[in-house]
Design a protein around this ligand. Sequence first.
Ligand code: CP
Length: 317
Amino acid sequence: MRIFTNVKDLGDLKIALNEAFEIKKDRFAFKHLGENKTLMLVFFNSSLRTRLSSQKAAINLGMNTMVLDINQGAWKLETERGVIMDGDKSEHLLEAIPVMGCYCDIIGIRSFAKFENKADDYSEKILNQFIINSGRPVFSMESAIVHPLQAFADLITIEEFKTKARPKVVMTWAPHPRALPQAVPNSFADFMNEADVEFVITHPEGYELDPQFVRGAKIEHNQEKAFEGADFIYAKNWSPFRDDIYGQVVNIDLSWTVDSRKMNLTDDAFFMHCLPVRRNMIVTDDVIESPRSIVIKEAANREISCQVVLKRMLRSL
Ligand code: CP
């Protein structure tokens, strides 16, 4: 594996899941693979889970890790070609990327959507510069439009907790005071559409996601109807994809918050969220603290999803 940005990069999902569970049984079994190999994690944006789980996955595989926070201690980077660099940006990404590639074997990138230009965000400008110019295998640690490590961890979690061969998985929009990217719901949809689940998306009008990720998923604008009979409720806020309101906050309707009354409409569903979560905006305290909340197990599986990807990338070196 040289690139990890979407579900197709994993190939057969059953094989990928078996690999994940094999790693989970003994996460140090492949420690020899990463000997004398270095993982570089480059953060243009903040992180808790991705930062720690990716480092832990690398340690499990015997790798060294280097973490670069672009906005804390590194030179400010220009990302546009053709710009006269007479401002506060001292270095161009086109030099910085191959230099980073000199010091490591595999690179992970976190670079959120900027919401300045939809076409730029949806072309994954920064991530693709790394893929093209680093000379190294590259994986997204949540880039402008995808978060595949999260979605793979979510799939592993659903596989672990499901009690039916084909569970009903409902991804619901929920309110948030700030404009959040579409990366998590895009990748969750990407993965669920390939998994053996009944997948339903519920959101207010105006919050339609990019059709390339939604594909054949069922859309239900009535949240309560969508929850009926669900086995998993996956809550997430995202800002609109639609051109005229792209990346804006147009709705903070708290009637979309996931609460126990709505959870009672489900088939005793598990509650999932990628975290960090805003309590009593996205989900009420009682739901996230309930025995059916599996948000911590989900976060723990971030180590496993990353370890599958790193293991495959190490084998490709
Ligand atoms: N879910 C997730 O990616 O968390 P962080 O933003 O803390 O890495």
